[in-house]
Design a binder for this molecule. Structure first.
Ligand code: PLP
Length: 391
């Protein structure tokens, strides 16, 4: 039975064109790009070509792109790299709904004596911008806010916030792991200082990512060693991964408009179909300012994990939110920050599409889900039932 994969915010299928581009650098051209000899040295220009491809997706200059091992490293490198380089920054501002790759390093700084401020969101997952004004008073500050939320797909207004933060003298990092390749992300128009990208969220393999660092931004490298990446990230380059990320970014740039339109149409059909066929269900998150590929739906009175197990038995892959916290039965910190009602917060699932999602995938889940939900509800002690008539 083939797998119906609707968990693309956790990871994506490597694109066959990406695999084709990277394969020679595993098979024949495995030299070290820093070598003096031509066998290794000739690989260098492919690394630089990939840097240009990543830069083109982001509207950056290639010299501003640093290859890393992925989103988690890029987030950590930005947060720790800026605060180490600018000791005058003693305040970090983030939001309550960030990925742990941002929240944990920010909380770590708090333990080390920094003031850490986590901005709230409203019931639709939108940033409470009014909280930013007071937080910015302690300039210079470091701000890290995600471009798109991995659990709900809700977009923060980064293009509007970035000039405001710049004017306030803040250093600004955005985690664009879920946004890049799905919505336009252009640092030539949006004045962020740092931006995080992860390969495996946009059809490259795991273990490769990038950090955009605007030219002139203070930065102390997280990883010291052999001075690769112009001293900003040491370690022998992951050439196959870098070539793959370059190709994935090129494909994302060329296909984004069409892929996003198609995904949004399928996602809307999926979402409307589920809400119509499953009573006591609700969408979590803003319906307008969001990624084209994501929907997060709660089913009152039942456990999201139980739904996922039943779907998994049918080879349908979905998620209960952040891949990192799956396995724990703690309700999502994102949905809790949004104030999703108690009876719904445990019963949420996230469905996330990609360019490889088909209409048949959508039909499969629309066929199976109402039955699974009804079955679980029949067994749930939490469903309010009419009181039995006394005799
Ligand atoms: N940031 C966001 C918003 C994410 O969704 C993820 C992964 O789920 C990460 C960071 C971490 O990226 P990586 O898995 O490449 O370390």
């Amino acid at each position: 039975m083939s797998v119906v994969y609707l968990d693309n915010n956790a990871t994506t299928q490597p694109d066959p064109q990406v695999l084709e581009a990277m394969a020679p650098f595993l098979r024949e051209r495995w030299g070290n790009p820093s070598s003096m000899h031509a066998f290794g040295g000739n690989v260098r220009r492919h690394v630089e070509q990939a840097r240009e491809q990543v830069a083109a997706l982001l509207g950056a200059d290639p010299s501003e792109i640093v290859f890393t091992s992925g989103g988690t490293e890029s987030d950590n490198a930005a947060i720790r790299g800026l605060t180490e380089a600018v000791p005058a920054v003693r305040t970090v501002i983030t939001s309550r709904v960030e990925h742990p790759a941002v929240l944990e390093p920010c909380r770590h700084l708090k333990e080390k004596g920094y003031t850490e401020i986590e901005l709230g969101v409203d019931e639709e997952g939108r940033l409470r911008e009014e909280e930013l004004g007071a937080a910015l008073k302690s300039a210079p500050v470091f701000v890290s806010l995600m471009w798109a939320n991995n659990e709900t797909g809700v977009l923060f207004p980064i293009p509007r916030l970035a000039p405001r933060l710049k004017a306030a003298g803040a250093f600004f990092h955005t985690d664009a792991v879920q946004a890049a390749g799905k919505v336009p992300v252009d640092v030539s128009r949006v004045p962020v200082d740092f931006l995080t990208l992860s390969g495996h969220k946009l059809h490259a393999p795991k273990g490769i990512g990038a950090l955009y660092i605007r030219r002139g931004t203070p930065f102390a490298p997280l990883i010291l060693g052999g001075h690769q990446e112009r001293n900003r990230r040491s370690g022998t380059e992951n050439v196959p991964g870098i070539v793959a990320l370059g190709k994935a970014c090129e494909l994302a740039r060329l296909r984004m408009e069409e892929d996003s339109r198609r995904m949004a149409a399928l996602r809307d059909r999926l979402e409307q179909g589920i809400l119509a066929s499953c009573p006591d269900s609700r969408r979590n998150g803003d319906s307008v300012e969001r990624l084209p590929n994501t929907t997060n739906i709660s089913f009152h009175y039942i456990e999201g994990e139980a739904i996922l197990y039943h779907l998994s038995d049918l080879q349908i892959c979905a998620s209960s939110g952040s891949a990192c916290s799956s396995g724990s039965l703690e309700p999502s910190h994102v949905l809790r920050a949004m104030g999703v009602p108690f009876t719904a917060v445990h019963g949420s699932i996230r469905l996330s599409l990609s360019r490889f999602t088909t209409e048949a995938d959508i039909e499969a889940i629309l066929r199976e889900l109402p039955r699974i939900v009804a079955k679980l509800r029949a067994l749930s002690p939490f469903v309010p039932r009419p009181a039995a008539k006394g005799g």
